[in-house]
Write a protein that binds this ligand. Structure first.
Ligand SMILES: Cc1ncc(COP(=O)(O)O)c(C=O)c1O
Length: 383
């Protein structure tokens, strides 16, 4: 059987590779972006209760009304934005699915999508699976800010969409209000759709705040905004998320969604609906504590931090004082020899651009981070 090549990515994703290597070498896994601590007991209890109470059959296609309403209320409280739960919110099995569905709703073969790299690894394969082409605009180290002239120069009559990610994986950079305004200036006289991947919206540190595409009325009218409950409630394995988009865009999204998965895990929707109305410690407070703990310990190592992460689960670090190896080789060496798994940042570039940086995930228990840094401190001499 000849299987068609639907996208240009080959092999297994780096996340799977590094996690497998971590397991093989009994390494501490700071590679993949998931917490290693328990979720709020009230949430796991609510899941069990929803199943026990009989919420086990297909939910409505667009999502359980109570959950959509709870999301609209949460966004009203946090961003002062009015969202119609019936016509603008669709519950999805995670954000990765929502990104793919949004692309599928708008792309035709031959279309182009602008991707700012480094980028989350599903974007380009998803674009290509729809017969479209990714046009890359690099973000440049160390700040990883956007070069607006390059974005503007990358637009052609075939440009159908631009995908944005803030707070950013892997760099931890965040967009300012001004960034959104500059994007609005660039797309104003075009039909370009915006996909705003805001999965880390509740993970912004140091008293700064997340600016959502939903707060820019002009952009909101042409955007799919994509979210993940996994990054808010530390339950990435539930694979629950949602899409917020204007009614016409939501209709197009649901035209695909109804034939891709039709409807999403019912008891999880009820559990999340209930949890959204509870008082919970803001996740940014918890995660900033972890980032600060990790960064203060890391000072005792030979790794270089150019800038503390402003948001997300991730801290980028340089290893120029330790080695000259390409980042993939360095990350493999670090896992094998020192028992700490990370992600080489070149994995987030389609051309494998290597700035000799690695990405640590600090969404871990303090003792996990302490033990990892204890191991990193043993790297005493350049190799
Ligand atoms: C930038 C970004 N987008 C999307 C996702 C996927 O979210 P989900 O697990 O809800 O599919 C991730 C997960 O790591 C991510 O980092």
């Amino acid at each position: 059987m000849q299987f068609p090549q639907k996208h240009s990515a080959t092999g297994t994703t780096i996340f799977t590779v590094m996690s497998a290597l971590a397991q093989q070498h009994n390494a501490i896994n700071l590679s993949q972006g998931f917490p290693d601590f328990h979720i709020d007991e009230r949430l796991s209890d609510a899941l069990g209760a929803a199943a026990a109470d009989g919420f086990n059959q297909y939910a409505p296609m667009a999502g359980v009304p109570m959950l959509k309403q709870a999301i609209a209320t949460s966004f009203k409280n946090r961003y002062d934005t009015d969202i119609d739960p019936d016509t603008e919110i669709t519950i999805t099995p995670g954000a990765t699915y929502a990104i793919y569905t949004a692309f599928t709703a708008i792309l035709s073969p031959g279309d182009e999508v602008i991707v700012l790299e480094p980028a989350y690894d599903s974007y380009i394969p998803n674009i290509e699976m729809n017969g479209a082409k990714a046009v890359i605009v690099p973000l440049t180290a160390p700040g990883f800010g956007v070069d607006w002239q390059r974005v503007s120069d990358a637009i052609t009559p075939r440009t159908k969409a631009i995908i944005i990610n803030t707070p950013h994986n892997p760099t931890g950079a965040i967009w300012s209000k001004r960034d959104w305004e500059q994007l609005a200036d660039i797309v104003r006289d075009t039909d370009i759709t915006i996909l705003a991947d805001e999965v880390y919206e509740q993970l912004v540190f140091d008293g700064e705040r997340h600016y959502s595409v939903l707060e820019n009325e002009e952009l909101r009218a042409r955007s799919f905004a994509l979210y993940s409950f996994g990054k808010v409630y530390n339950n990435t394995g539930w694979k629950m998320g949602f899409c917020i988009a204007p009614p016409e865009y939501t209709q197009a999204f649901r035209r695909i969604h109804q034939f891709l998965c039709f409807t999403v895990n019912t008891p999880a929707q009820y559990a999340l609906a209930q949890h959204l109305t509870l008082d919970t410690t803001p996740i940014h407070t918890i995660m900033q504590g972890k980032r600060d703990h990790f960064l203060s310990l890391l000072k005792g190592t030979l790794f270089t931090i150019h800038e503390p992460a402003k948001g997300s689960y991730f801290q980028i670090a340089g290893y120029e004082r330790i080695s000259n190896l390409p980042d993939k080789e360095f990350a493999t060496w670090l896992t094998r020899e020192h028992g700490v798994a990370t992600i080489p940042v070149s994995a987030f570039y389609s051309n494998g651009k290597d700035d000799k940086l690695i990405r640590f995930c600090f969404a871990k228990k303090e003792e996990t981070l302490t033990e990892a840094v204890n191991r990193l401190m043993k790297i005493a001499l350049p190799i």
